[in-house]
Design a protein around this ligand. Structure first.
Ligand SMILES: [Zn+2]
Ligand SMILES: [Zn+2]
Length: 180
């Protein structure tokens, strides 16, 4: 069992450098902006944000920052930028989003549905209420898998602490590998 998990951890390290294997089908997050916290979501290739700028322009600094951060894991529709006319508030928005890209700790992902192109098959990973699930066999056996471990590495700065806890099996193993 443990040698199997060691393999998964090695695979997760490799997968974490291959974000193009991921395709985000749904996400919901709280984005702590300069003034207020906003709810950002992506569903079926469409972004939404509850901030005032989004209501006016159908995009905003929060969405633009998100698009840049997770760009390799978005389909064409979700990656498309809203064409902007160059008004001064829009220029400010773009400027702001550039800063946000480097401030991932502003983002807390609380709900995810991600398709993962594994070495053999596609798998569906979900996160909700700090609980992960994956459709692969290894998740059924170990309550974690290379796919979830890869996401935990890749998006560590944006995940709530509870979603970063390794499963008990994987936790012991990583600890053991650090000691040897
Ligand atoms: Zn916004
Ligand atoms: Zn999996």
């Amino acid at each position: 069992m443990h040698s199997d998990l060691i393999g998964k951890i090695a695979k997760a390290r490799q997968y974490a450098n291959e974000p193009e294997r991921l395709s985000i089908e749904h996400l919901a997050a709280t984005f702590t902006g300069s003034n207020n916290a906003h709810q950002v979501a992506l569903d079926l290739g469409r972004w939404t944000c509850d901030c005032a700028a989004f209501r006016l322009h159908t995009t905003c600094a929060h969405v633009m920052a998100f698009q840049r951060i997770v760009a390799p894991s978005l389909d064409a529709a979700a990656r498309a930028e809203v064409p902007l006319t160059m008004q001064s508030d829009l220029i400010g928005m773009i400027e702001k989003s550039r800063h946000y890209v480097h401030e991932r700790e502003r983002i807390r992902l609380h709900s995810l549905r991600v398709r993962f192109r594994g070495s053999n098959n596609d798998h569906m990973i979900t996160l909700g209420d700090d609980q992960w699930a994956c459709s692969c066999t290894s998740f059924r056996l170990h309550h974690t898998c290379a796919h979830i471990m890869a996401l935990q590495r890749l998006w560590a700065a944006m995940l709530p602490a509870a979603a970063l806890q390794p499963s008990r099996d994987a936790g012991e193993l990583e600890m053991a590998s650090l000691l040897h």
